[in-house]
Design a protein around this ligand. Structure first.
Ligand SMILES: [Fe+2]
Length: 229
C-alpha cells in the first residue's frame, strides 16, 4: 500500500532526530502510542491508545475545519486530524498538514497533563474572544507555542512545536540556527505572521508550562470583555 511506504520513509526520516531533540513531555505518549514504523496507524488503533488519556480523534480527509470548530473540538477532548498521508516525495517537508504531522507531531503530547491543560486553557480563551482581532492574536499564540515553539536547555534547542517534529527540513533549520529565535513575548508574537506553507523564519523560546499558563491568563484578560466572566 502506497500510504504505508510513504509513512515508513517519512517515519525513518524523522524518528531518530525527533527523539534526540524533542521536549521531555513527548516521550511517554510516544511510547504509549507505539506506532509501527512500516504501517500508517488506523484511526481505531489510535483511538484505543488515546482512550487512556481521555481523547478521541475527530477525523477529516483534509483539514477543512474552521479555527473556531478546531478549538471547540479541543476543549471537548476531540483532537482534529487529517487522515491523508503526504506523498513519498514530500517525506522531508509537506506544505499541508497530513496525518504524519498530526499522528507523529501532535498526538504523543496529549498524554502529558501540563501540555493538555495549557492547550485546553488557550483553546477556551480563543472561544471566549468576541472579535476577529482577538481571535487572530490567540491563534498566533497557539501557533508559536504548539506548532513552532522551542525550549532552550543548556544552550540546546528542544522542540515542542509539532511543525518541527514532522518536517525534517524545518527541524534542520532550527537546530542549525537558521531560524531567528526570540524570547517568548505575546506582544512580539502579535507582530508575527502565520505561514500557511509551514515555513517560519522566527520562533520563540518558551518559558516553563506554569509561566506559560500565567501568560495565557494575562492573554485572557486582554482579549475578553467583562461579559467573559
Ligand atoms: Fe499542527
Amino acid at each position: 500500500m502506497e500510504e504505508n511506504i510513504a509513512w515508513e520513509v517519512t517515519y525513518n526520516n524523522n524518528e531518530a532526530c525527533v527523539l534526540k531533540n524533542v521536549h521531555d513531555c513527548y516521550y511517554a505518549g510516544f511510547k504509549k502510542l507505539d506506532y509501527k514504523k512500516n504501517e500508517k496507524p488506523s484511526v481505531d488503533y489510535i483511538n484505543e491508545k488515546l482512550a487512556v488519556a481521555g481523547w478521541t480523534l475527530k477525523t477529516f480527509k483534509r483539514m477543512t475545519i474552521t479555527s473556531s470548530n478546531w478549538f471547540s473540538s479541543i476543549v471537548n477532548y476531540q483532537f482534529p486530524v487529517t487522515t491523508i498521508m503526504r506523498s513519498l516525495n514530500s517525506s522531508t517537508f509537506a506544505e499541508e498538514p497530513d496525518c504524519f504531522h498530526d499522528y507523529f507531531g501532535h498526538l504523543p503530547f496529549l498524554f502529558d497533563q501540563s501540555y493538555v491543560d495549557l492547550l485546553i486553557k488557550l483553546s477556551n480563551v480563543y472561544l471566549l474572544c468576541e472579535d476577529d482581532e482577538s481571535r487572530e492574536l490567540v491563534y498566533k499564540v497557539y501557533y508559536y507555542i504548539f506548532e513552532f515553539g522551542v525550549y532552550l536547555q543548556e544552550g540546546k534547542v528542544k522542540l515542542l512545536g509539532s511543525g518541527f517534529l514532522s518536517s525534517f527540513e524545518q527541524r534542520e533549520r532550527v537546530l542549525n540556527g537558521d531560524i531567528n529565535i526570540k524570547k517568548f513575548n505575546v506582544e512580539q508574537i502579535s507582530l508575527e505572521s502565520i505561514h500557511k506553507d509551514g515555513v517560519v523564519n522566527t520562533v520563540f523560546v518558551l518559558p516553563p508550562f506554569d509561566e506559560l499558563d500565567a501568560e495565557v491568563e494575562k492573554l485572557k484578560l486582554s482579549v475578553c470583555t467583562v461579559s467573559c466572566y
